[in-house]
Design a protein around this ligand. Structure first.
Ligand SMILES: *[C@@H]1O[C@H](CO)[C@@H](O)[C@H](O)[C@H]1NC(C)=O
Ligand SMILES: *[C@@H]1O[C@H](CO)[C@@H](O)[C@H](O)[C@H]1NC(C)=O
Ligand SMILES: *[C@@H]1O[C@H](CO)[C@@H](O)[C@H](O)[C@H]1NC(C)=O
Ligand SMILES: *[C@@H]1O[C@H](CO)[C@@H](O)[C@H](O)[C@H]1NC(C)=O
Ligand SMILES: *[C@@H]1O[C@H](CO)[C@@H](O)[C@H](O)[C@H]1NC(C)=O
Ligand SMILES: *[C@@H]1O[C@H](CO)[C@@H](O)[C@H](O)[C@H]1NC(C)=O
Ligand SMILES: *[C@@H]1O[C@H](CO)[C@@H](O)[C@H](O)[C@H]1NC(C)=O
Ligand SMILES: *[C@@H]1O[C@H](CO)[C@@H](O)[C@H](O)[C@H]1NC(C)=O
Ligand SMILES: *[C@@H]1O[C@H](CO)[C@@H](O)[C@H](O)[C@H]1NC(C)=O
Ligand SMILES: [Cu+2]
Length: 672
């Protein structure tokens, strides 16, 4: 402060005080429509921390993905859903719909083959792909080559693609049943190389997908005879399929083998109690420690998610597992073989940073044991946990111990919130939360919507559609996070494509509050393909950023990096569509769809990220004089003349406005 003279301080002080009197963050224009609320579903009865029943999904929601800011795509297995469709193979019950977020109405869609426990993901060009399923079935879910009852074709090797639309014109692109798989895969490009029921799907850095494992014809668990211990790619690659020993070593519980692409480009995989890092380029496996306490993979079905990828820790990738089942009895492909509904679900949580310490560490345990709990990553970086059961596992059968047909019972109606950045011991919270009125058991779903609320649907632990316990649900709910009715941030500078590295871009808000600027983050979220308590591809990445607060204009400019570039960028967050949120003090803007990467399935161009300037506050200058914003690091200095009484620029780095005022007052009192 010594270089600033008394006259300067006296000149500046009133202006500083004037600016500070408007301490409320001004990032929201009061005249603007309440962003985030305009797309509220139902009857505008949104109550934070509560559920609201909304529309009918038409078919029971076993799988869902958000295609764009209007439409959710719902898939079920082939069964006697209450709505019918007249499609390519006649009139039959539907097992696919498109659900409108605003009107809460559905449109039936024609899917030919049985999507029973398929996997899916989104390509780098925005096309969604759904892989595998099961044989055609007749009434009661009984396998049948005579598929007369439901007019379904064999989904075992099927590939269906969808380019989501907002005008209800899009349909799945599907192979014909007449396609046969030939050695070179020609003529059958919408078929996989083998049958895959419960395949895992993960996106790769070029925007293609890897399809891993599965078994041939369904059952409670996998068996050696049923196993398809291979992986393949989509678009297909010349040497598909490849063997993967892990898929033999982890029998019998390795369906939907849990898989995440790691920063190095290797795949982190967890099934049965084994854990590996797999390099699909070199075809090499690195063993990691065994999973403690419980099985997490289906049918134990823990809640799993990658923690938010944040610049603060250099984008270290950590994966969280919560719940599942500690039982050691897995029956066979026909049945659990004992009263599995009597087994309490596991309540432990562990996390691992596979390319860091590579050890499972205890995390805070859940409030209760839960199988089929579902993590949904919210824009504020916390996780919603909901759905699932307290006893038993996923799966069903006509066994004496089934409840109805369900292998799970004691549905858990209460959600909870997990905060990965809170100190150990305080990560779980359910203060103020209320229970849902509806059970969401096996074959239920939950995803994030653009307004920051959740969509929750499904539950159907049955062979065929039934109204008996536990009934096949076609209703859906919204769940409203704490921030739902808060004023939402508005900003200028939205961009709808992100490159891996390159030049930063600017997000500007009407605010001069530094605490607010410090507590603002720009995040990119991919909700992914949701089924069986797994968010296939669900990821959250916070973009690197700094800010410049200009007291003269009343604006905060956030200088925001593109996606991380360099060699790891596309591994951290694979190319393809995602949602962009500006989150201020935990309150997200409306999520807007963006394209990450080139919009093509190809090796992504990456650059280094432009350096960000240090965060800066530019103090007020006399309005009649010109503003000069020196780059950061310049010493705050005035004209130095002192006599003219005009200080052209005063730049204050990393000093809050309040501190500035106090310092100014101190300087004045000292000088006086
Ligand atoms: C909205 O309220 C009306 C009248 O109470 C009701 O008929 C309708 O089903 C409600 N809609 C939703 C989506 O809750
Ligand atoms: C995306 O890529 C897949 C595989 O190459 C292709 O079949 C599909 O048509 C592409 N989608 C778009 C929108 O170009
Ligand atoms: C299975 O276990 C549950 C929970 O202990 C019990 O209520 C049920 O009666 C058992 N079923 C059979 C068939 O033993
Ligand atoms: C999560 O924890 C962090 C660190 O304690 C805290 O700053 C943040 O407010 C928490 N988020 C929520 C939504 O409670
Ligand atoms: C728990 O959640 C409530 C409601 O969102 C919030 O007010 C409270 O600060 C949270 N507590 C912790 C420890 O995160
Ligand atoms: C900032 O305030 C100006 C003047 O009220 C308004 O026109 C503009 O839309 C606001 N911009 C943002 C991003 O809030
Ligand atoms: C972003 O804002 C900074 C700080 O005001 C400015 O120096 C830079 O030129 C802006 N960049 C763009 C692309 O507008
Ligand atoms: C964030 O940006 C700063 C400034 O350019 C840089 O020093 C830092 O390494 C970046 N962090 C990450 C994780 O890239
Ligand atoms: C503006 O500031 C400069 C010094 O940076 C000074 O030379 C000039 O006289 C000032 N102009 C007015 C109108 O005060
Ligand atoms: Cu299933």
């Amino acid at each position: 402060m010594s270089s600033i003279n008394l006259f300067t301080l006296i000149t500046l002080l009133p202006l500083l005080v004037l600016a500070s009197s408007d301490s409320k963050p001004r990032w929201r224009d009061p005249a603007a429509p309440p962003l985030g609320l305009k797309k509220r579903a139902g009857n505008n009865t949104a109550t934070p921390l509560n559920f609201e029943s909304v529309g009918d999904t038409g078919v029971s929601a076993q799988m869902v993905f958000l295609g764009n800011n209007k439409k959710i795509y719902v898939l079920d297995k082939t069964e006697n859903n209450p709505v019918e469709i007249t499609g390519q193979y006649g009139t039959h019950p539907a097992w696919a719909t498109e659900y409108d977020i605003e009107s809460n109405e559905y449109r039936t869609m024609d899917v030919f083959s049985n999507t029973f426990c398929a996997g899916g993901g989104v390509l780098g060009n925005g096309t969604w792909v759904v892989f595998g399923g099961n044989q055609p079935v007749t009434t009661g879910g009984v396998a049948s080559t005579d598929a007369e009852a439901y007019s379904d074709t064999d989904g075992g090797t099927a590939i269906r693609m969808l380019n989501p639309c907002t005008d209800e014109s899009c349909e799945y692109i599907q192979g014909e049943t007449s396609y046969s798989t030939s050695a070179d895969n020609t003529g059958g490009w919408l078929q996989m190389t083998g049958r895959r029921w419960y395949p895992m799907v993960e996106a790769l850095p070029d925007g293609s997908l890897i399809i891993i494992g599965g078994d041939k014809n369904g059952g409670y668990v996998n068996t050696q005879a049923q196993d398809n211990p291979t992986y393949e790619f989509f678009p297909p690659r010349a040497d598909d399929p490849q063997d993967l020993q892990f898929l033999a070593d982890t029998l019998p519980i390795n369906l939907y083998a849990l898989t995440w692409l790691m920063p190095s480009g290797k795949l982190f995989m967890q099934a049965n109690r084994k854990t590996i890092l797999y390099d699909y380029n070199q075809k090499t496996t690195t063993n990691l420690p065994d999973m403690p306490y419980a099985a997490r993979v289906y049918p134990a079905s823990a809640a799993t998610a990658m923690l938010p990828l944040i610049p603060d820790n250099g984008y270290a990738a950590t994966v969280l597992f919560c719940g599942g089942s500690a039982t050691e009895q897995w029956g066979n492909d026909g049945t659990a073989g004992y009263n599995v509904t009597a087994v309490a679900a596991d309540n432990t949580c562990v996390r691992i940073t596979p390319e860091g310490s590579a050890k499972y560490e205890d995390d805070d345990y859940m409030f209760e044991g839960r199988s089929m709990g579902q993590f949904v990553i919210l824009p504020d970086g916390t996780f919603w946990m909901g759905n699932g059961v307290g006893m038993g596992t996923a799966g069903y059968g006509d066994d004496g111990y089934s409840v109805g047909q369900s292998y799970g019972q004691a549905p858990i109606y209460m959600p909870a919130i997990y905060n990965s950045s809170a100190p150990l011991g305080s990560r779980w919270n359910r203060t103020g939360l209320v229970a849902s009125a509806n059970e969401r058991m096996y074959h239920s779903v939950a995803i994030l919507l653009p307004d920051g609320s959740l969509f929750i649907a499904g539950s159907n632990p049955n062979k065929d559609f039934t109204t008996a316990q536990w009934r096949s649900r076609t209703d859906s709910e919204r769940w409203y996070p704490w921030y739902y009715n808060e004023e939402r941030p508005i900003y200028e500078g939205f961009q709808d494509t992100f490159s891996y590295g390159g030049n930063s871009f600017n997000i500007t808000m009407n605010s001069t509050d530094e605490a607010t600027a410090q507590n603002t983050k720009m995040v990119v979220i991919r909700g992914g393909f949701n089924t069986h308590a797994i968010g296939f591809g669900q990821r959250y990445l916070q973009l690197n950023s700094s800010y410049e607060i200009d007291m003269n204009t009343g604006k905060t400019t956030h200088i925001v990096s593109q996606m991380p570039g360099g060699s790891t960028g596309p591994n951290l967050f694979q190319p393809g569509p995602a949602m962009f949120f500006v989150v201020v003090n935990g309150v997200p803007s409306q999520g807007e769809f963006v394209m990450v990467g080139s919009g093509k399935v190809e090796t992504q161009a990456t650059q280094t990220n432009q350096d960000l300037p240090s965060s800066t506050v530019i103090a007020v200058v006399q309005p009649e004089n010109t503003t000069q914003t020196n780059s950061n690091g310049g010493s705050s200095s005035g004209s130095g003349s002192g006599s003219s009484g005009a200080l052209s620029t005063s730049q204050i780095n990393h000093v809050t406005l309040g501190a500035t005022i106090i310092a100014s007052l101190l300087a004045i009192s000292t000088l006086l």
